[in-house]
Design a protein around this ligand. Sequence first.
Ligand code: SF4
Length: 274
Amino acid sequence: MLIFILENPNTYIILILYMIDCDTEYLLLAGENNEPEVFFTIEGEGEFVGQPSVFLRLFGCNLTCKGFISEDAPYGCDSYISWSQKNKLTFNQLFKLLEDNNFIDHLKAGAIFKYTGGEPMVRQKGLLKFTEAFVKKYDFLPRIDFETNATITPDSEWVSKYKATFTTSPKLTTNGDPEEKTYKPETLKWHKENKSGFKFVVQTSEDLDEIWSKYVKDSNDINIPLNRIWLMPCCGSRDEHINNAEVVAEYAKQLHVNFSPRLHLLLWDLAVRV
Ligand code: SF4
């Protein structure tokens, strides 16, 4: 913190400048084998599917989706790598990683800077500082999109100062956490007002009933517009995608909402680091 005292004949003006120390401020990133999950790929789901994106995967989440318990993810999560290893990177270490891999050039050229997890909103204070330091250092504002479970309301600066967008993925009953943890009407309304996208993983027609009664024609006045909804098949491999996608595409047609593939599974048959 720097403090300046400016004097004029009648008053003292105290100016306090907060400097971000990029050698001590840090983010906790997910990853494995000491490799943080920072990678360049194309967006695989939702509104921006197919667009070049630099992913920054933050460690941990405020939910534990027990519907996805597996050997790799004993807490329950469809992205086990979000929990596998905590990589503490100072901002300067992260800048170096981004530079060494030409990711800054990709971002400058318009690639989306995808803040994902886990749940990135858990670490939004650190991300705000990181973004401020990034903009100061590189002198451009990257196009930021969050991947969030829509249970923590974003700071208004994300929109007002950083023009960030939000791809939400609200969790249905099948995910296994209790409703008081997964369903936050005020946060969902914030996202509706800020024109976020809403992705839902659909396994059965009961999921559609739940989406309609809690998010579309609901008593909490969330009422997401149909053109901001994307239905996705529940799948963890290319074969499962091929088997499960068609029925979800039919649901999307009938309900006049969007269908989203999970393109990374179709292209690479992998759920992480692609
Ligand atoms: S909300 Fe997403 S990141 Fe969090 S535990 Fe569930 S599947 Fe994993």
